[in-house]
Design a protein. Structure first.
Length: 261
């Protein structure tokens, strides 16, 4: 990716993840107005330029990293500029939304990263707006690859990306939370439960990533007929866990579409 001035509007958690990923590789200008956040970012990333919206005026790439409900007001204050690429990480807002409010055939790429971006382990869905070129998508991909992996999809699939991976970490955290609570009820203390659950989770995830087998195959391998694992899985089956997971993702997908209206 060639050297550019990259403007990031919003220095919150996701904005910081991108700052961290780009730091030392690109010239980064950050618009952040919260005084406490400005002091924190200045101390941790002294090479970035911080200030109000004026600091992104010279940026050839502007990353929009503010809350969806604040976006419309923000866009009124940002000039499209000549040859400027806009990258959105706001949930629910379509490229048409940005093209409408920015005007001037704005080049927009919509993305949906997730929370593991904080440790450079994100998976990010990427789709192009009407006026964005293949080169623009490649540029966006290069930027988002600094915080993890990327997947290029049609924009019609971004809401599903939101449901599967954007909201996905919360599903994992909920499962782990309840798994630990159950372990504590079986007699383990908090420290023991955490060690047992976290290590099992991480070890299983690494095995899944490195194995030649799919998740279903590995599940079968660890499940002996009539054994302890089968007894636990039978409870999940009777609770219709497979249907519950689908219903949960369907609800998230539906809500993402509602936010886009």
């Amino acid at each position: 990716m060639k050297k550019n001035i990259i403007g990031i509007v919003g220095g919150g958690n996701m904005g910081e993840a991108l700052i961290k990923g780009l730091y030392g590789k690109q010239s980064v200008h950050v618009c952040e107005t919260n005084p406490d956040r400005v002091r924190y970012l200045k101390k941790k990333y002294p090479k970035i330029m911080l200030g109000d919206l004026s600091v992104v005026e010279t940026a050839s790439i502007v990353i929009l990293s503010v809350k969806p409900q604040d976006m419309e007001v923000l866009l009124k204050a940002i000039p499209v500029g000549k040859n400027r690429l806009f990258i959105s990480i706001a949930a629910g807002l379509t490229t048409k939304f940005f093209e409408k409010h920015l005007g001037g055939k704005a080049r927009v790429v919509r993305t949906m990263p997730n929370m593991p971006a904080l440790i450079n382990e994100a998976i990010t869905g990427i789709s192009a707006g009407k006026y964005a070129s293949a080169a623009d998508v490649k540029t966006a991909q290069g930027i988002l690859n600094t915080i993890g992996q990327t997947m290029i999809v049609k924009e019609s699939m971004i809401d599903a990306i939101t449901a599967v991976s954007g909201s996905g970490p919360a599903y994992v955290f909920l499962f782990v939370e309840q798994w630990m609570n159950a372990a504590i009820k079986l007699g383990f203390n908090q420290t023991q439960a955490k060690q047992l659950v976290y290590k099992t989770l991480l070890g299983s995830a690494h095995l899944l990533q490195q194995s030649e087998f799919e998740a279903g195959d590995l599940r079968v391998k660890v499940t002996s007929k009539g054994g302890t694992t089968q007894a636990a899985l039978d409870v999940f089956a009777k609770s219709k866990f497979d249907q519950l997971m689908y219903k949960a993702l369907l609800a998230a997908n539906k809500r993402a579409k509602e936010l886009a209206k």
